[in-house]
Write a protein that binds this ligand. Structure first.
Ligand code: ZN
Length: 473
């Protein structure tokens, strides 16, 4: 059946050549053209999601759009229990079951046109400043290509797309793991827009989002000085305590916070204040200890201010458990798949954007990754690094502790330009973003092709996972 398909419609004198190429994994090379053939459909999907940005757990439009598209393409689409904007879509039968982790949530306040100067579409609206409009659709393009090969009998197994909400807050994949959505999956792949094409070991560090809610007594202090329970003082005492703790923390940790509920005015003491902490550490255990330590400081702050405190963990992102076998497969395909070439207009756009961040982050990134292959401000090589210099987090980390997972990064931004910025919203709605998205799709499709064609590689990835898990647990 495999051969019959490829020699159909071919002239007889070409058949021998075709058969030889088939032996040399012609189908794998063919994957890129399967994606290119439907490129406009994928650009339309990514563009529509970019134009209607929705923040964490509100991705009704993005998830429906993707569910409809996948159902129309023959995927079996299912909602995930208890999560209205999460879903799975699978095609094929039996083993191996390969997962693709899609995302689609946007970030508050990052509305921006596709221009190289700060220009919100609507002030204070959300925007795709982390390029999640590209992540989900890039995974869908790879899923569609693999589906076509399964349909034609060239590959065997099941391809399963995960529509994962709320990556930026709440850790949607953790919620989906808790709902058993990932049961039976053998390996997972995902990618993320960035400023460098790279695969890195242990990319993601752990992060816990914890909010502390202090309850005191509302009063007018000028009249009621003896009233107890000052919730504003409690919040400040917590912050001061944490500043002292910093002296005992090395570079493995980062602590950020913001006041999410303070006083409205200085002459009314509010009953309730709330402060939200993002606690990052190099690994999950360190992070859990940090949460415990700051919890004690919060209790102390409540005691000193005569209030009560209620901590709540709102996000729990694990550090990444790197899988050597899948990482090597992805890296090789990143090198083999041709990287995007840019038009003079695209380079001019990238160069103008790069000027807005200044020279320092550009030079630092170039020197850190030893970047030599460039076109204007865009990276065109592939870097492989042991660790990265900054500490991003993602709920892909949570999946990596349950299933062998590979994660890589693709340049959709000029070198050195960070995500979570208005500049990244602009590139995520531009052809720089779409070109990166297609490169990522081709790399994932080629990697999944390898696993389905050689199931022994799936077994090798599982063995590496088990060994690594036992060592690190
Ligand atoms: Zn992101």
């Amino acid at each position: 059946m495999q051969i019959a398909y490829y020699i159909d419609n071919q002239r007889t004198d070409m058949r021998i050549q075709y058969l030889i190429e088939l032996e040399e994994s012609m189908d794998k090379k063919n994957i890129s053209s399967l994606i290119e053939r439907r490129a406009q459909e994928f650009i339309d999907l990514a563009e529509k999601i970019w134009e209607r940005p929705e923040v964490a757990l509100e991705e009704v439009y993005a998830s429906s759009l993707q569910m409809e598209y996948l159902a129309a393409n023959g995927f079996r689409v299912r909602n995930v229990n208890g999560l209205s904007t999460a879903f799975t879509a699978e095609f094929g039968n039996g083993k191996p079951v390969i997962g693709l982790l899609g995302e689609y949530d946007a970030l508050p306040g990052l509305s921006q046109k596709v221009t190289a100067q700060r220009e919100p579409i609507a002030a204070d609206d959300p925007g795709h400043g982390c390029g999640h409009n590209l992540i989900g659709v890039g995974c869908i393009a790879a899923a569609i290509a693999i589906k076509e090969l399964i349909e034609k009998g060239i590959l065997n197994g099941t391809i399963k797309y995960f529509g994962c909400p709320a990556e930026e807050r709440f850790g949607g994949k953790r919620l989906m793991l808790n709902a058993n959505a990932f049961d039976g999956v053998d390996c997972c792949f995902s990618w993320h827009p960035e400023s460098v094409n790279k695969i890195t070991k242990e990319t993601f560090r752990a992060i816990y989002d914890v909010s502390y809610r202090f309850r005191g007594t509302t009063s007018y202090i000028a009249a009621d000085r003896e009233m107890g329970g000052n919730a504003v003082s409690a919040m400040e005492l917590l912050n001061i305590g944490v500043q002292y703790l910093r002296a005992h923390l090395n570079d493995d940790y980062i602590i950020e916070y913001c006041v999410t509920k303070g006083a409205e005015t200085s002459n009314v003491l509010p009953e309730i204040t709330e402060i939200s902490y993002a606690l990052r550490a190099d690994n999950t255990d360190q992070c859990k200890k940090l949460v415990e330590r700051i919890g004690k400081i919060a209790e102390g702050a409540a005691l000193m201010s005569g209030t009560t405190v209620k901590p709540e963990i709102t996000g729990e992102y694990y550090s990444e458990l790197y899988n050597e076998v899948l990482g090597d497969i992805v890296y090789r395909n990143m090198v083999e798949v041709p990287r995007p070439e840019y038009t003079p207009e695209e380079i001019e756009f990238a160069d103008t954007l790069a000027e807005t961040i200044g020279k320092f982050p550009v030079d630092r990134t170039k020197s850190y990754y030893g970047i030599v292959e460039t076109q204007g401000s865009m990276h065109r090589g592939v870097a492989k690094q042991d660790r990265i210099s900054y500490k991003p987090a993602s709920d892909v980390g949570n999946v990596s502790w349950q299933i062998p997972t590979a994660m890589f990064f693709v340049a959709t931004n000029p070198i050195g330009m960070p995500m979570h910025t208005w500049q990244a919203t602009a590139t995520s709605g531009s052809s720089l973003g779409y070109k990166g998205m297609f490169y990522a799709s081709k790399v994932m499709a080629a990697s999944i092709f390898e696993l389905m064609e050689h199931p022994e590689k799936v077994e090798a990835a599982k063995k590496a996972f088990n060994e690594n898990f036992a060592d690190r647990k």
